[in-house]
Design a protein around this ligand. Structure first.
Ligand code: AP5
Length: 192
């Protein structure tokens, strides 16, 4: 199994780059943001509850997302590996992921950290908000709150994986294809 975390602030390009990586390495995509939006679209209780947090730019409670990831991994236990996009986002989520991976006799191989400055991120998200219909992309104050959540709760994960020597930095500004090549070179290192 090959397991990759695509890490970075809102708008860094995690979803965009996941697509190419999934195709190239034959992995399954776990995007907790996509899973939550699908729940909301289906009108489930979980989706409607989560929507309150998402629309405000706050993180959804750990227990909700950890449960979703566990179900997804169990349903796809025979896959070649996973790309985790937007998960883990807190230290308790990272610890829970370690336990889940251990149950599946596997581990995280690399954490690819996309780094993009905040002004560029705001521009990207406001632009996407013009057509995406995502409530959390619509106004700058909600977007800034997402960054605040990222800094307070998610950024500590960088040192969690750096201590394990699994975190690599990738510059997330520039041509999508060039960034993809950088990401692939780090993944290929793991496969050697
Ligand atoms: P989620 O859906 O995960 O969103 P996010 O991480 O906040 O950010 P995005 O998905 O918007 O950004 P991205 O890095 O994937 O960039 P993308 O490729 O889309 O989460 C949404 C919410 O759900 C959270 O706020 C939270 O409430 C909840 N949630 C989700 N997971 C959770 C968890 N684990 N725990 C708790 N709560 C959770 O690109 C963005 C834009 O930029 C696109 O328009 C794209 O075309 C463009 N773009 C990409 N690359 C480039 C480039 N190189 N140059 C120019 N533009 C680019």
């Amino acid at each position: 199994m090959l397991n990759i975390i695509l890490f970075g602030p809102p708008g860094a390009g995690k979803g965009t780059q996941s697509e190419g990586l999934l195709n190239k390495y034959g992995l399954k995509h776990i995007s907790t943001g996509d899973l939550l939006r699908a729940e909301r679209k289906s009108g489930t209780t979980l989706g409607l509850e989560a929507d309150k947090f998402i629309s405000a730019g706050d993180l959804v409670p750990d227990s909700v997302v950890i449960g979703m990831v566990e179900n997804f991994m169990t349903a796809n236990h025979d896959s070649e590996g996973f790309i985790f996009d937007g998960f883990p986002r807190t230290i308790p989520q990272a610890e829970a992921l370690d336990i889940l991976l251990e149950k599946h006799n596997t581990k995280i191989h690399v954490v690819l950290g996309l780094e993009v400055d905040e002004d560029e991120l705001v521009k990207r998200l406001l632009l996407r908000g013009e057509s995406s219909g995502r409530a959390d992309d619509k106004d700058e104050s909600t977007i800034r709150n997402r960054f605040q959540e990222y800094e307070n709760k998610t950024l500590p994960i960088k040192s969690y994986y750096s201590k394990l020597d699994k975190y690599v930095v990738v510059q997330g500004i520039g041509e999508i294809q060039e960034i993809f090549s950088q990401l692939c070179s780090h993944v290929d290192e793991c496969l050697k």
